[in-house]
Design a protein around this ligand. Sequence first.
Ligand code: PHE
Length: 493
Amino acid sequence: MFNRQHWPNNWVFILAAIGSAAGLGNLWRFPYLTYEYGGGAFVVAIIVANLLVGIPILLLELGLGQWAQAAAPTALEKVKKHFSVVGWFSLTLVFFIVSYYMAVMAWGVNYLASSFTVAWASDPTAYFFENVLQLSSGVDNVGGFAWPVVAGFVVAWLLVYFSVWRGVKSVSSVVKWTATIPFVVLAILIVRALTLEGAQDGLRLFLLPDWNALLSPQLWIAAFSQVFFSLSVGIGVMIAYGSFKPQNSEITKGALTIAAGNFLVSFMSGLVVFGTLGYMAAQQGVAVTEVVTAGPALVFVVFPQAIALLPALNALIAVLFFAMVLMLAIDSAFSMVEGIAAPFKDMWPNVSSKKIAAVVSLLGFIAGLPFVTKAGLYYLDILDHFVSGYGLVLSGLLEAIVIGWFWKAADLREFINKHSDIKLGKAWDVLITYLIPLFLIYLFVITLQAEFRVAYEGYPVEALLYGGVLPLILAPFIALGVKKLTNKERVSE
Ligand code: PHE
C-alpha cells in the first residue's frame, strides 16, 4: 500500500475546502441566478437548500472519502460493487464544468489586466461585450476565437496547472491568502455599494422575498443545483478532499464551518451586486428588475461598474478585486482538476501526479475551446444550465441513493459521529435515504418536463440539444467507458 497524501492539519483542510467551495459560484453564479429568479425568494431557497441538502450531502461526501481513503469511484465501489460508475459519472460532469469554468476565469484575467487603467470606466457594458467577449450575433454564429479571452484562458490554465502540479501540500501556502483576502475586499465594496444613491432599492430586491415565487419548481431546482455547485458537492470533489484527511480527523464541525464560510462569500457578493444594481436603476430611472439583462454576463458588468464608482483608489481596488476573483477561482478549479486526477493517482501510484495533472489540464483546455470563441457566452450559458442545473442534482441524488439504499446511512453516520464533537441524529439518515431522493426526483421530473415546453432563454432547439442535452446524455456512457477501461487496469495490476 502506498502512502496516501494527507492534509498537514485539519485547518489546512478546512481552508482548502472553503477554497474549493468559494469561487466563481459565489461571485458570478449566485448573483446572476438570484437576479434571474427575482431576488430574496431565491436567497431563502438557497438557505433552505443548504440546510436540507447541501450540508447533509457535504457530510456524506467528506465522511465517505475519509472512511474509504479513496476518491469517488473507488469509494463508491467499496460501498457496493459496480457503483464506481456513479463516481465516474460525477467526475465526467466535473470535467464539463471545469472546461467552461476556466473560460469565465479567462474573463477575469482580462479584467485584471485592464484594472491598472480601469479601462472599462466609461462604459462597463460595452467594454465587456465588445472588448472582452467580442460577442457574435447569435448562437449559430461562432465568429472565430475571441483572442483576448483565448489569452486569458491560457493564463488561467497555466495558473491552475501550476497550483495542482505540487499536489495537496502546495495548497497550504496558497489558501491562507485566498481564503482571507476576499472578505476584506468584499467588505470595502459593500460599504461603497450600500452608500450609493438608490442602493436601498437593490437591497430590498435582494433581501425581501416575494414568497409566492417559492412556489416555482424552477426556482427550487436552480437553488439546489446552485448549492451543489457552490459547495462543490454531489460531484465527487469533496469525496476526494475527504480522502486526503487522516481517517480519524474531525468531520462535522469542519463541514459546518465550510458551509458557513461559503454562504458568507455569496451573501457578501450579493450585497455588492444588488446595491450597485439599485444605483444603476436610479440613474437610469428604471426598476431594479429591468436595469440589466439577467444571465451569466451580469456580474461582469456590475462589479466593474461598482469599482468605477468608487471615489478614489479605483485602480488599486480594481486590481485587488480581480486578483481576488482569480484567487477564489484558482482553488476551485484546482479542486476540480484534483478531483478528476485523484482516482487515477489511486490507480497508478507510480505515475507522477504531475503527468496526470498535465493530461487532465490539457484535455480540459481542449474541451474548453468552444467557450472562448465569440459565441462562447451562449455555449457556456447552455452547458451551465443543463450540466450544472440538472447534472449536479442527478449525481447528488445518485450518491444519496447509493449510501441510503445500498449501504446504510446509519453506518456512515456512526463513522462520522465517532470522529466528531457535534453528533448527527437519525434525521440525517432520513434525509439521505428518503427525503433528499424523493424531493430531488420530484423536482427533476417536473422541471425537465417544463424544459420541453419552453426553449431555455429562447435559444434555438438544436443549440440546446447539442450544447446542453447531449453532454448530459453522453456523461453516463463516458462513465461506463472509463469504468470498463479502468477495471481492466485493476485486473492487470
Ligand atoms: N464550488 C466552486 C465555485 O463555487 C465550483 C466547483 C464546482 C468546484 C464543482 C468543484 C466542483 O466556484
